[in-house]
Design a protein. Structure first.
Length: 337
């Protein structure tokens, strides 16, 4: 049996520390892999930390109410089954590396809102380092709205919320199969785009603690119903401030529904480390020329902001056009499934 240290991981969006709210375990207690051992709170949300080890708790290294820097050890476990590391010298799981960090008691001189404007500023500063461009398309989505109405009455979608965001998310992850370059990260060191093999779709959620972006793992492998369920689960958990670490990290591309705020569309900023973000505007009835006649249709504006190092305008435009075509005619979406 060896002693393993669990260090506070990077909880997403460049956060450098978190407050330890409470422990779920005590010294001498046996824990298993993925068992929740503590709650921590960032400027964004309260998060449950799972154990990466099986073993017995040897020492708790931070007290509730203490601020712990990312990379600092928070618990020692007499480990019987270390995962992915030498338990005698485990690395930082995710984050900024070991820090000279004894956890320090937080002195709350700034309001929670102030800690939140600061974190948002850090994330946006990190995002702004990427040269960004945005393309727009306005589309007739009447057929999609009719489909959603039908699905909402279907037994297969009972107790499942299906919305324009649901269909847009499914269209986005489906379109990536034809345009994998949008699901990428720009590698600063190698100066090249790294395409991800799976789609972890970030869903931008406005919560009382600010904007959080939990992500749906392997969204490209999910059905429309499964995506609807995941979106519902993630948004409710995020608004309650209970998103877990796994869903706050590892996102590869993001969708944001600015239409819920009653706006026609907007220019979204990239989630740091991602090559693209799709913004969905509000769906409204508008005059529309169809078959040479002016008629009233359900119309939406989509925008795609992209890292111009990873994508050029043609690639971004072709991708956005495909997503829009799937929303204009759901048969196009079905043809790509």
């Amino acid at each position: 049996m060896t002693t393993a240290e669990f260090r506070l991981p990077d909880l997403g969006e460049g956060l450098t520390s978190a407050e330890l709210v409470s422990w779920h375990v005590n010294v001498g207690e046996r824990v298993s892999i993925d068992q929740v051992i503590a709650d921590v709170e960032t400027a964004k949300a309260q998060v449950e930390l799972p154990s990466p080890y099986t073993g017995v708790v040897a020492e708790l290294l931070a007290e509730p109410g203490a601020t712990v820097p990312v990379g600092a050890p928070i618990i020692r476990i007499e480990s019987t089954d270390p995962v992915g590391a030498d338990a005698s010298a485990p690395p930082v799981l995710v984050g900024y590396g070991p820090q000279t960090a004894h956890a320090s008691r937080r002195r709350r001189k700034a309001s929670p809102e102030s800690a939140q404007h600061k974190q948002m500023a850090r994330a946006m500063t990190a995002s702004a380092r990427a040269p960004q461009a945005t393309v727009f398309v306005t589309s007739d989505v009447t057929a999609s709205m009719e489909l959603l109405e039908t699905l909402s009455k279907s037994a297969d979608f009972e107790n499942c919320s299906v919305t324009p965001l649901t269909l847009a998310a499914k269209s986005l992850v489906t379109a990536i199969a034809s345009h994998p370059g949008v699901n990428a990260t720009w590698d600063e060191t190698a100066e090249r785009s790294v395409v991800h093999p799976h789609v972890n779709l970030g869903i931008a959620v406005a919560s009382d603690s600010g904007l959080v972006v939990p992500n749906i793992k392997d969204a490209d492998s999910l059905t429309l119903r499964e995506i609807a369920l995941r979106i519902t689960e993630l948004t409710s958990t995020a608004r309650a401030g209970r998103t877990d670490v796994a869903h706050l990290t590892g996102g590869t591309i993001t969708i944001t529904n600015v239409g819920v705020f009653g706006v026609d569309g907007g220019v979204a900023l990239l989630n740091p480390g991602e090559a693209a973000i799709l913004a969905l505007g509000s769906v409204n009835e508008r005059p529309w020329v169809r078959g040479g006649q002016i008629t009233i249709r359900q119309v939406v504006t989509l925008s795609l902001t992209f890292d111009h190092r990873a994508l050029d305008g043609q690639q971004a435009s072709q991708f956005l056009t495909l997503v829009a075509s799937m929303l204009t005619d759901p048969a196009v979406l079905l043809a790509h499934l």
